[in-house]
Design a protein around this ligand. Structure first.
Ligand code: NAP
Length: 510
């Protein structure tokens, strides 16, 4: 299919430039772990490269491992070099960060550890003039969240007005998964709300910070041509995909507890659906945008767990292509019932979307790495070109590409060059330029430093998504599935294709 590159990005106005945050002290609990090494420190480094870190700041890594600050800096330097690429590594920008990077060993479950952490930090905070602004990033396993939150609170470190912290702000960042069902998420919110106000709590979903995801709202609400057709009169169905080629890597223990529905659907995929389906907010402000996201998730028709086959298909990858199946991965049970793939059919019950299926799918070890929202339009009402060509005309589609190659494409029909009246599909394609802009993790960290919660998830949003999915997950877990049921490198299990074909639809190829 021919592709037409159409977009030219206009120069950005000065008001688009991001501002440097005020000085801060950034604590990472679980600093010895995978997330700190692969995402958090590389994200801080990217902010340093983009000159988006203030002159004065401090980063304190804390974890149980007994290592020195020097060893921690060395390990993080290696991680940043791997993430940035050795040739692109900017030694000066790294040192701007590394000189302010410290490591303090501690036990998360010891209340005294937090008072002594605070005592040890105070002289550093004075030295680095962090203005009593503190961010606590919880990069620990979810089983340790409650200990860290409670001990921070009991040590008087949660409140912006706590001792030694009279003037600054205190923010807390919680990684996903936020609970494993409605009850555990409500409990976790209960613990958080005991010590922190909602405007201090930053629940992470880094998908929301990807350029294309943020662009969904601009695309829909800043262009008058799309919004009039963004409804059930013109849209036939929507497909939301988050496919990966990799397996569970070294995270078998985590994945066995989680599975794909908790790992991808409760957070990323439902948020993508919310942004696609939500009503225009009255203003582009944090609470108004979050209100509409919550309303969209709350408008999804409740799922009947007694009839899973009507809306859900699950899968688990087997061995193949010289790689182990899920059940052969380290820390996975030999007869594991955990799904590594799911396809889910949802309906949004309101005037705009009644009758339009939203198909969501996500899985590991699939044919390609792909994250996208594909909006498929209805066919034209009358085809006057019948007889002038073979086959049927493919209806229009708009694809918002999240990864790889963030951008958007529109499928239209155009006359095929030549004397005969022949139509052929053409793809209009806009790929975001690889600009020096903060990537997803850098962007959310920057927003947290600036106090902007729009890209973070509110309590009501967490509740709405768990309310929808908890009964389904519980029912699915109580059933025995015929796993493994898809090959690595494939399109997923046959049941996922059947889920769509019942409605006369088919998945876009991965
Ligand atoms: N890694 C990712 O790509 C990713 C992506 C999204 C979300 N997350 C979330 O981010 C958080 C951190 O992920 P991670 O992959 O960095 O985890 P991790 O490497 O398994 O753990 C982080 C650190 O926590 C400590 N830890 C490990 N097990 C513990 C336990 N049972 N009790 C208390 N502390 C323990 C360890 O440090 P010490 O032994 O030195 O204390 C470890 O270095 C998790 O909540 C995870 O779900 C991770």
């Amino acid at each position: 299919m021919p592709t037409a590159g159409i977009a030219e990005t206009m120069p950005q106005s000065e008001s688009c430039e991001l501002e440097r945050p005020k000085p801060f002290n950034f604590f990472i609990f679980g600093a010895s772990g995978d997330l700190a090494k692969r995402k958090i420190i590389p994200a801080l480094y990217q902010l340093s490269v983009l000159s988006l870190l203030p002159e004065d700041f401090l980063v304190i890594g804390a974890a149980r491992s007994d290592i020195s600050t020097e060893a921690f800096r060395d390990k993080m330097r290696q991680a940043v070099m791997e993430a940035a690429g050795h040739s692109a590594f900017d030694k000066g920008k790294w040192e701007h960060l590394a000189n302010k990077l410290y490591y303090i060993p501690m036990q998360y479950d010891s209340p005294q550890a937090y008072t002594s952490l605070a005592k040890r930090c105070m002289p550093l905070e004075k030295q680095y003039k962090t203005c009593q602004n503190r961010i606590f990033y919880l990069a620990v396993p979810p089983t340790a969240f409650e200990d860290v939150i409670t001990n921070l609170g009991e040590a008087g470190l949660a409140s912006p007005a706590s001792a030694g912290n009279e003037k600054g702000y205190t923010h807390i960042v919680i990684e996903k998964p936020f609970g494993r069902d409605l009850r555990s998420a409500s409990n976790l919110n209960g613990v958080l709300n005991k010590y922190f106000a909602e405007n201090q709590i930053y629940r992470m979903d880094h998908y929301l910070a990807k350029e294309t995801v943020q662009n969904i709202l601009m695309f829909r609400f800043a262009n008058s041509v799309f919004e009039p057709v963004w409804n059930n009169r013109f849209i036939d169905h929507v497909q939301i995909t988050a496919a990966e080629t990799i397996g569970i890597e070294h995270r078998g223990g985590y994945y066995e507890e989680s599975g794909v529905l908790r790992d991808m659907f409760q957070n990323h995929l439902l948020h993508l659906l919310a942004l696609t389906a939500m009503e225009p907010p009255q203003a582009f402000s944090t609470e108004k945008v979050r209100d509409e996201r919550v309303k969209a998730i709350g408008s999804i028709k409740p799922l009947n767990p007694e009839c899973l086959a009507g809306f859900l298909s699950l899968g688990q990858y087997g061995p193949g292509n010289g790689t182990p199946g899920y059940r052969q991965e380290p820390d996975v049970q030999p007869y594991s019932n955990t799904p590594t793939y799911a396809a889910l059919k949802l309906e949004v019950e309101n005037w705009r979307w009644n009758g339009v299926p939203f198909y969501l799918r996500s899985g590991k070890k699939l044919a390609s790495r792909k994250g996208e929202i594909a909006v498929h339009f209805k066919p034209v009402p009358h085809l006057m070109f019948m007889g002038s060509q073979m086959g049927r005309i493919e209806p229009n589609a708009i694809v918002l590409r999240i990864q790889p190659g963030e951008g958007l494409e529109m499928l239209i029909q155009a006359k095929h060059p030549g004397s005969r009246i022949c139509l052929s599909p053409v793809k209009l394609d806009y790929t975001y330029p690889e600009e020096a802009a903060p990537k997803d993790y850098s962007r959310v960290l920057l927003d947290c430093m600036q106090g902007d919660q729009m890209l973070f998830v509110r309590t009501s949003e967490v509740d709405a998504s768990w309310e929808l999915l908890t009964p389904v997950i519980e029912q699915a877990e109580s059933q025995k599935w015929d796993f493994p049921n898809y090959h690595p490198g494939s399109e997923g299990p046959a049941g996922a294709a059947a889920l769509l074909s019942r409605n006369g639809h088919q998945w876009d190829p991965l």
